[in-house]
Design a protein around this ligand. Structure first.
Ligand SMILES: C[S@@+](CC[C@H](N)C(=O)[O-])C[C@H]1O[C@@H](n2cnc3c(N)ncnc32)[C@H](O)[C@@H]1O
Length: 202
């Protein structure tokens, strides 16, 4: 068996055994271990949350008083202690919808957004970057000052557009590829700390 598929099977089995809905959960767990993203009592927004693995991790780490919300094009089976809306993040009213349904501001915003991949690399890359830039704009309007955010990126020609915009909005921006992420996949994550706030941006 090839190493890559053995690792994939190992994470699938772990997710099944530990009750997580996706192997993606382990990517967030790894990032959290390194960067201490999720804290007790946090208010957390997960953008592109289906099937719900990151929501489960967020709920676990924010504790009984943590407030965990998600948004996705697709419906998900309910997860106790979390609320989800089925909506398109490209809807121009999405920030208003989130404020009305969830909260006016968030301690942490997570984005594991991925388009339905076509297999045509440059197209998938551009589409994923475009979605991530929308997630950044949403974060700009909804994060508390000092807040943290995580953004998945399909690496390629336009990755630097996201990094540049993130660097304007946060004091610190780190890049990381968790072990749970397939070696072959071009994805990596930006972990952004200390949101500076809109006063410093135009
Ligand atoms: C890789 S999955 C997220 C997995 C999730 N982190 C987990 O642990 O279960 C990416 C999600 O992004 C969502 N997505 C893609 N485009 C979107 C859009 N325009 N609006 C809302 N969600 C979107 C997809 O529906 C998909 O569920």
């Amino acid at each position: 068996m090839k190493i890559e598929s053995a690792i994939r099977d190992q994470y699938r089995k772990m997710a099944k055994d530990q009750g997580y809905r996706s192997r993606s959960s382990y990517k967030l767990l790894e990032l959290d271990k390194k960067y201490n993203i999720l804290k007790q009592n946090d208010t957390i927004l997960d953008i592109g949350c289906a099937p719900g693995g990151w929501l489960q991790v967020s709920k676990k780490y924010s504790g009984p008083n943590g407030k965990v919300f998600g948004i996705d094009l697709n419906p998900i089976k309910p997860i106790p202690g979390t609320s989800v809306i089925q909506a398109n993040i490209e809807d121009p009213n999405v920030v208003q919808i989130i404020k009305q349904r969830f909260s006016l501001s968030f301690d942490v915003i997570l984005s594991d957004l991925s388009p339905s991949v076509s297999g045509i690399w440059h197209y998938d890359h551009e589409r994923q970057i475009s979605l991530t830039l929308v997630a950044l704009q949403i974060s700009k309007q909804l994060l508390k000052r000092g807040g943290m955010a995580v953004f998945k990126i399909f690496d390629g020609k336009y990755s630097s557009n996201v990094k540049q915009e993130a660097s304007r909005l946060f004091m610190k921006v780190a890049t990381n590829k968790p072990k749970a992420s397939r070696l072959k996949s071009s994805e990596f994550y930006l972990v952004c700390s200390s949101f500076i706030g809109n006063d410093y941006t135009t």
